[in-house]
Design a protein around this ligand. Structure first.
Ligand code: IPD
Length: 296
């Protein structure tokens, strides 16, 4: 089933469940296990020739491994949490009864995966509310796993964010805490671009105004990893327009639990219309700049 064919609500009618630390911890562990299992799968089972189709535009690709990874994650999640809903990038969504929806990106950075660039990740988040409606949901637990670097970022609401290395061995967790952040003119700023050419033209205009105001720009090609990079401090800030919930959900929680601020712009919730993430003071300055160049 594609997203357009979904007629049954996932969780929008249900009251948001209370996620205490015990439930948050359980969801965080499930997210981490699913993300690591799928991440190792997409590396170890990568075929010599990837079957590739396109989705929203000729540059928006999906590989057979995106679909197989999503199936594996779905199987994993529903085996341990059969009462939950699932909302994934590649479709085949499922309604639930618990008020928890799993928002899944089976390979975030699919173009990097296709080209063999080492910046892609599996992103798995548990959210409350309706992830199909911008502003009507929020993440409560999640994990982002880069199977090439072995970095596994994870967080739960109120429980902080951490990274561990998962390869042949598993490291201890390192807690993530964003620093104060630099001034705007010293900011290393990550961003990304949508697949539609009209949105890209607008994004290029915004970039023209932002680039002279910051230290430099990075475009890594995985929004989930960009958000985790803000939490880790390997970039200072990140902004993008056109994200889908599966690009955003787990990384949102990793940044905010690390003490970063994440918002939309012009007073909107983070979502397709915009996301900006940074340490709090830098966030305020970057938001002012973005709002001065992006029409409401
Ligand atoms: C994309 C990546 C990219 C971002 C795009 C996303 P996908 O996700 O996160 O960095 O700029 O907006 O759609 O298609 O690789 O899952």
């Amino acid at each position: 089933m594609t997203h357009d064919e979904v007629s049954e609500p996932t969780t929008s009618a249900a009251p948001w469940p209370v996620v205490d630390d015990a439930l948050g911890g359980e969801l965080e562990t499930v997210a981490l296990d699913a993300a690591v299992t799928a991440g190792q799968f997409v590396v170890s089972r990568r075929p010599q020739r990837l079957g590739v189709d396109t989705k929203s535009s000729d540059t928006d690709v999906v590989t057979e491994m995106d679909r197989r990874s999503e199936e594996l994650i779905r199987y994993h999640l529903l085996t341990v949490r059969p009462q939950d809903a699932v909302y994934g990038e590649e479709g085949n969504d499922r309604a639930g009864t618990s008020g928890i929806t799993w928002v899944v990106d089976p390979i975030d950075g699919t173009v990097n995966y296709l080209y063999g660039l080492p910046a892609y990740a599996v992103s798995v988040a548990a959210v409350v509310g309706d992830p199909r409606v911008s502003g009507a949901w929020r993440p409560v637990a999640g994990a982002v796993y880069n199977p090439v670097s072995g970095q596994a970022f994870h967080a739960r609401v109120g429980g902080g964010a951490a990274v561990r290395y998962v390869g042949h061995t598993v490291s201890a967790d390192t807690r993530l805490t964003v620093g104060d952040g630099p001034s705007l003119d010293q900011c290393l700023l990550a961003t990304g671009f949508a697949y539609g050419s009209q949105v890209r033209a607008r994004q290029a205009d915004v970039l023209r105004a932002v680039l002279p105001a910051v230290r430099d720009i990075r475009r890594f090609g995985s929004a989930a990893l960009d958000l985790c990079a803000v939490a880790l401090g390997t970039v200072d800030a990140y902004f993008e327009e056109g994200l889908n919930p599966w690009d955003l959900a787990a990384g949102w929680l990793v940044v905010s639990e690390a003490g970063g601020t994440l918002s939309g712009w012009h007073g909107r919730a983070p979502g397709a219309q915009g996301v900006v993430a940074a340490p709090p003071v830098l966030h305020a300055r970057l938001l002012t700049l973005l709002e001065s160049v992006i029409a409401d």
